[in-house]
Write a protein that binds this ligand. Structure first.
Ligand SMILES: CC(C)(COP(=O)(O)OP(=O)(O)OC[C@H]1O[C@@H](n2cnc3c(N)ncnc32)[C@H](O)[C@@H]1OP(=O)(O)O)[C@@H](O)C(=O)NCCC(=O)NCCS
Length: 172
């Protein structure tokens, strides 16, 4: 089966809703992605296709870390989803690795991911607290956030809450 990663296209929206609903077994993430599609022009949506059928999504949106002295803008990956019938075939990993390469090329200083820390560890993500970055949500613990720093110099001395887009607040 031919697996490919490409940018999201307008016609993908309905299929992606189904992928997200099946992967998370609820509509919260599908609603979140629909909402961000309307409001967040800076998003990067990568879709995975298997034999030209859309089976996965990685959504990257801006995240700001407000330190005491400086504010740095990076990206967050959330949600990441692969249709259950296509999981375990490397598609999720390919979405993550493709996103990392793209962000590095764009000069993004860091990428923060939420949940599934053991999954993300395999790519080199570490607990966000290692880089003094904390969860902005009371009901999501700091150790649910992982980070990959691409530009250590920019991140030196930065610490604080990771501010995601406000649309995420209604999904947590
Ligand atoms: C997480 C997810 C995107 C991975 O996609 P995938 O295509 O199955 O990933 P891959 O095939 O590249 O990797 C599969 C491996 O990841 C592991 N894995 C999957 N989810 C995991 C998790 N939550 N924690 C730890 N490991 C996980 C699998 O056990 C498997 O391990 P193995 O390689 O040792 O057999 C997919 O399982 C999914 O959509 N899950 C539901 C939504 C979710 O939890 N998203 C992440 C947070 S937003």
């Amino acid at each position: 089966m031919k697996i490919a990663i490409r940018r999201e296209e307008v016609d993908d929206a309905l299929v992606l809703r189904e992928v997200l609903r099946r992967a998370f077994r609820r509509a919260t993430e599908a609603d979140l992605v629909d909402s961000l599609r309307q409001s967040c022009a800076d998003r990067i949506a990568l879709v995975a296709t298997a034999a030209n059928v859309v089976v996965g999504l990685a959504l990257f949106t801006p995240v700001i870390v407000r330190g005491a002295k400086r504010t740095i803008r990076g990206m967050g990956l959330w949600p990441l989803a692969v249709h259950p019938e296509f999981q375990g075939e490397g598609i999720g990993s390919l979405l993550v690795e493709t996103g990392i390469s793209l962000l590095k090329r764009n000069g993004c200083p860091f990428l923060i991911v939420v949940f599934a820390p053991l999954f993300y560890q395999r790519f080199g993500f570490v607990e966000a607290a290692v880089h003094n970055v904390q969860s902005p949500w009371r009901n999501i613990p700091d150790n649910a956030l992982s980070i990959m720093v691409f530009d250590q110099e920019t991140m030196n001395g930065v610490s604080g809450l990771a501010s995601f887009r406000p649309e995420f607040d209604s999904a947590v």
